[in-house]
Design a binder for this molecule. Sequence first.
Ligand code: GLU
Length: 462
Amino acid sequence: MKSPIPDYLTRVLENARPFDAGEPACYIDVLAKADTTRMAVALATVDGSVYSVGDDNIEFSMQSISKPFVYALAIQDQGLAKVLEKVGVEPSGDAFNRLSLEAGTNRPMNPMINAGAVATHALVNSPDGTVEGRVNRILDMMSRLAGRQLHVDEEVYEAEFKDANRNMGLAYMLKAAGMITCDPQEAVKGYVKQCSVNVNVRDLAMMAATLANGGVHPVSGERIIPQDSVRQVLSVLTTCGMYNSSGDWISNVGIPAKSGVSGGIIGALPGQLGLAVFSPRLDERGNSVRGVAMCKQLSHDMGFHMMDVSQIGRATVRSWTATIAGGTKQSKGCQQEIAIFELRGAVRFSGAERLTRAIIKEIRPPSEKRDGTDVHPHFCAVLFSFRNTYSVNDVARRLIHENIRRLASTTNVVVVDPNNVLKMSEEPETGPNPVHVVKTEAEARNYIGGIGCQVVSRGDTL
Ligand code: GLU
């Protein structure tokens, strides 16, 4: 069967083709003479599938799309606190090349406008490093993100650097304000080189998908950007990524994004996918006209708006009871019943809280036996299955451990956790009944009922 996704993307592309407003960036000749018939769109999932249609192998310079990735590098090289001393995180509402600094701090408002991007560039490697060193580090990171060796387009670089008066003005302003320590010309040189790195939409979609995947490359599995830098980058993209139409963009499209003056836009939808579009005609704010149209349609059709919250927590927990029959072990004091709890997907607080409620509902408080010990009226064991759990975050793990610890004080607890998402071995043993961790349901069954036993499921109870 042929996947319907490329056919859908072709429809998105063709729907945007009739939009012929706007002009390509005209401040340098190489961009002004761009072929305005070129259009492309690509999607890359966080598990590494890439779909693309249109002129998906046509290369163009990254321009401002380079800014979020270089911001991530600066954070990695200097630490977030140092970067925040030099570059703020407030949306400016001004044009991208405005000569302005934040009142009081003298910092550029954010790293996505040119003043902030030049200051950010100067923080890569070390503030006293060379242009070559910074550019090589940036190219190396971009290439690993794209999954192929990328290059600086020297024609674009020469043309931009020849006429970089405005950016030069910004760099001198930054130097005077103490926000960069290197030679302003060198900072602009490196910044213009980072803007001149050539890519196609497939490269960009994969780069964005790495951001969407918490900094881990979807295909190579390499961690390229630390998790906390990803959070910082995506936050800034949410408020400042689309020049001075960022508010309109985030309410309409709802995807952290960055555009560049050569007509590209990337979007990184956390946990799901990266997308990239290309078409050189720009609107008055510097965003690709057809690119914005394609992103709007994709977001609306596919439910990509990040604020469209579905009740993810509800889908994560299933619980049911079963009876153990046969087998070599006969448990005393219970009716051979077990309670089973299964968690699916990526478990965070809401999933773990739902599990907690399911446990409380299912497992009634123990009643006291005549000898003073507690006993659950029905269950000879409680089984947790994490076989289909993709991940458990820290708070969810702590809550589940605590639930298990409390249960284990009065009953037998068996945990099926083949991928060790729960890291039970890191939990000190407590209570009279040690928690038994196994890799398969069969091992759990044999442990509870003895070899040869069968489990007769009684259906869902939630
Ligand atoms: N190289 C361009 C400049 O600094 C990039 C601007 C952009 O893409 O917004 O003017």
